[in-house]
Write a protein that binds this ligand. Sequence first.
Ligand SMILES: Cc1cc2nc3c(=O)[nH]c(=O)nc-3n(C[C@H](O)[C@H](O)[C@H](O)COP(=O)(O)OP(=O)(O)OC[C@H]3O[C@@H](n4cnc5c(N)ncnc54)[C@H](O)[C@@H]3O)c2cc1C
Length: 99
Amino acid sequence: MPITIGFAGLYMLHRLRGLGLRARAYEAGGGGTWYWKRYPGARCDVESMDYSYSFSDDLQQEWRWTERYASQPEILKYIEQHADEFLVHAVPVDVRAVD
Ligand SMILES: Cc1cc2nc3c(=O)[nH]c(=O)nc-3n(C[C@H](O)[C@H](O)[C@H](O)COP(=O)(O)OP(=O)(O)OC[C@H]3O[C@@H](n4cnc5c(N)ncnc54)[C@H](O)[C@@H]3O)c2cc1C
């Protein structure tokens, strides 16, 4: 099953590795929709805190959103930092999975 590096893929990778399974992601643009959708004004439409990962207290504590509704650049930074810190040391980016 291909795993990618949007919000869902990062979490899946975290869970699978937490179960002791070997898992690898294949990603055409790390950061998911927030990598691709860069148009002016792009931001989440739920409050930033609610748009955060909640699986780790450490993550919750260390990140400070600068806006109530985070903008695309800040969300992309959030995903990239968490990919670096927790999960994705060996994941190739710019790889496109095919059938
Ligand atoms: C402007 C905007 C605002 C939003 N606001 C909210 C909000 O407030 N609340 C909310 O819940 N949701 C919101 N969303 C929806 C958002 O898409 C989801 O919240 C979430 O980011 C989706 O994550 P995902 O991991 O499921 O998918 P994605 O982020 O879409 O990640 C999928 C990844 O798969 C990769 N991929 C696809 N096919 C291949 C392939 N063949 N090979 C390799 N890689 C591939 C893509 O490159 C992409 O990185 C918003 C979206 C946008 C654009």
